[in-house]
Design a protein around this ligand. Structure first.
Ligand code: ATP
Ligand code: MG
Length: 314
């Protein structure tokens, strides 16, 4: 049986209900929603019945417990989430601008999850896992980077596999050691999951086909490119597959990539054919955008089947 691990930020998201540019005025807010890209990913994997765990830290506060309770209820192994007695759980305030882009105020590096370090207990948890998913967003502090690289090495050395979603936001690209860590992770990656232009982060090529060939030649086994409402593509040595997105009403795009990724990895580990995996992952990303709140749109298998069947694509 496969078990997926991730390490990284757990936070709450608090969202402005009125569009506009940032937070230099008082605005009505809604939240807290459980969040953090690694947490959203694991919640989606858990909802699909996949054995999975997250290593992180939260404060002993309601923002921490709202996350632990949700992840546990959705089937995630939360034994690697440490509750830091005098810590504060991470948070992100988000406001959508008129053009649909997002303005953030983050408290991550200086929150409880900024202090993640491995212990004997979490090292033992790592050794029960067969697959590691690395989120680029999680490379935000040196001790977290070190923990992720340790887990990647251990899981890979034991014959496991690695997936990697660069998930880069400009706000975190300048974190100390981030760019170097990305290269180390890429060298160990089996399944690379960029969205759009992120495909070119680690390739010299200027066309998509050349970038894919260049990355596959580096030893990556498969590449999945996320394209928002347009759907996604899958490439490996033998296949180049493209599937359009499902038609849904977009309420909140946050979390689509994470739900897509978790669904893709879960079915990839089960040995399903890539075209079927891509269909399920597209359905998962599409359902994610129909709900307000980053983790609220995670789906069960039967919810994914229902969407696929309703659009005549089963
Ligand atoms: P995130 O903001 O969560 O990091 P991302 O950039 O990693 O997102 P996207 O490409 O936005 O990922 O979304 C992932 C997948 O979700 C897409 O490939 C698609 O299958 C699905 N998806 C996203 N937005 C929509 C939409 N508006 N309609 C239908 N499907 C969508
Ligand atoms: Mg993303």
């Amino acid at each position: 049986m496969s078990k997926i691990l991730t390490i990284g930020e757990i936070l709450v998201e608090i969202v402005a209900t009125k569009r506009g540019n940032g937070f230099r005025e008082a605005v009505p807010l809604i939240g807290p929603f459980p969040s953090g890209a690694p947490a959203i990913f694991m919640d989606q994997a858990g909802k699909l019945g996949q054995d999975c765990a997250i290593i992180s830290r939260v404060g002993d506060d309601d923002f921490g417990w709202v996350n632990i309770d949700r992840l546990k209820a959705d089937g995630v192994d939360v034994s690697g989430i440490e509750v830091v007695p005098h810590g504060t759980t991470g948070s992100a305030f988000v406001r959508y601008r008129e053009d649909g882009s997002r303005a953030f105020v983050f408290n991550i590096r200086h929150s409880a999850c900024g202090t993640i370090e491995l212990s004997d207990k979490t090292l033992a948890l790592i050794d029960t896992c067969t697959h590691m998913h690395v989120m680029g967003t999680a490379l935000y502090a040196p001790s977290v980077v070190k923990s992720i690289l340790t887990a990647v090495e251990r899981i890979k050395a034991a014959g496991g596999t690695i997936s990697f979603d660069p998930n880069l936001r400009p706000e975190i690209l300048d974190a100390p050691g981030m760019r170097e860590a990305l290269q180390v992770v890429l060298a160990k990656t089996d399944l690379f999951m960029p969205s759009g232009e992120e495909l070119f982060l680690f390739a010299k090529a200027s066309t998509e086909k050349d970038a894919v060939d260049e990355l596959l030649a580096k030893g990556i086994k498969a590449i999945v490119v996320k394209r928002g409402a347009k759907g996604s593509s899958y490439f490996d040595g033998d296949n180049a597959l493209h599937l359009p997105g499902y038609e849904v009403e977009e309420v909140d795009p946050t979390g689509a990539g994470d739900c897509f990724g978790a669904t893709f990895v879960t079915f990839w580990l089960s040995g399903m054919h890539p075209a079927d995996i891509l269909r399920y992952a597209n359905a998962s990303g599409a359902r994610a955008v129909t709900k307000a709140g980053p983790m609220e749109g995670a789906s069960t298998r039967s919810e994914l089947d229902a969407l696929i069947q309703s659009q005549g694509n089963a």
